[in-house]
Design a protein around this ligand. Sequence first.
Ligand SMILES: C[S@@+](CC[C@H](N)C(=O)[O-])C[C@H]1O[C@@H](n2cnc3c(N)ncnc32)[C@H](O)[C@@H]1O
Length: 228
Amino acid sequence: MSQGNNLYPQELTLTFGEVSINLDVPEGVWNPTPHGIHLGNMILDLEFKSDDVLELGSGCGNHTILIAQKKPKKLTVTEINRPILDNTRHNLKKNQIDLPVEYVVADWTHINKGPFDVLITNPPFAKSGKRYYRYFIDTLINDAHKLVKSGGRLIFIQSSMADKNRSISLMNEWGMKVRIVGETKGPFRDYYFEDKLFMENIEKFPGAYEKKGDQFIETLTVFEAVIP
Ligand SMILES: C[S@@+](CC[C@H](N)C(=O)[O-])C[C@H]1O[C@@H](n2cnc3c(N)ncnc32)[C@H](O)[C@@H]1O
């Protein structure tokens, strides 16, 4: 069992503000990381009432549960395969979510549905499996106009190591109105250091990380962009 790929099995309880959720994560499903915790905390402050919401890459359902508790009009979630979606569904049931949820197997933005009022996600980055690590972030921004209605919102989290300014520029080029919902800082995950190419890439632009003594610190940013 490798912990390096962040796909190991565990049972855990996560606390967001006054909300605690219990999750069963089987082998092969992404374990919540500080990204997931930060986006979860930001979801507490966001409104989804009467929105038709799409979540890409629901994983163990950590964010799905928090969004569902906000009573959107409708919630559609996607994953790359059925077993991961079954785990999302399992954890929703475990946390007594009774909102009807549509589960769709889809390869990232290739979902033949919508447009939605809100698209929310924690996109793959460090473990994207792509030579171009930003692939999922860029395609998310570039395809948002197909998936989200005019006036609707794109909400996502990214690390400073994915180049925050590049995301802001790309969203501005698409005419989106961008705001930062919230930022937090934290130490690198151990598996960052195991990926030589990843570590080389983050040296290529300023602001990717800070050093405090021996510690490498990343900043996690949640964006909310309104589609023109
Ligand atoms: C960073 S994890 C986020 C999971 C969960 N939302 C969380 O925050 O813990 C990214 C998720 O995207 C899924 N994913 C990876 N490639 C995908 C693809 N091509 N299409 C859809 N989902 C994908 C992964 O299975 C994973 O659950």
